[in-house]
Design a protein. Structure first.
Length: 121
């Protein structure tokens, strides 16, 4: 899947992040100080993360910082190419969607917005 994305849309891919070893906050390592990433359309986390949360006593902020919460690979592109990249993923049986956006900001920031709360890093 990644090979096909890069072969067909190399110039449209501004970044790729495998959200392990830093969970949903890993993206913060790769953006400038004047960027805000807003993730407001993430997938519903698999049940395993509810079990981990309950067993560990971690709050949502820690869970999204440590674990990928079911969202493994992020491809950063513009709106023009998003649907093409999504269709490549789906061709391989991998559910994909636009999970958020990148904005200019006065400071580096990540906002994760779920149906229950908003978490800011």
């Amino acid at each position: 899947m990644v090979k096909e994305i890069l072969e067909n849309h190399f110039d449209a891919v501004h970044g790729m992040i495998h959200s392990s070893g830093g969970g949903q906050t890993k993206c913060m390592k790769y953006v400038n100080d004047n960027i805000r990433i807003v993730k407001d359309n993430l997938f519903t986390p698999p049940v395993i993360f509810d079990i981990i949360k309950e067993a560990s006593g971690a709050d949502d902020k820690e869970m999204y910082q440590v674990f990928n919460m079911g969202c493994r690979l992020e491809v950063y592109t513009n709106e023009k190419y998003a649907n093409n990249i999504i269709s490549i993923s789906e061709k391989y049986g991998i559910e994909a969607r636009v999970i958020g956006r990148v904005e200019e900001s006065a400071k580096k920031e990540l906002r994760i917005i779920t149906s229950l709360n908003e978490i800011v890093y």
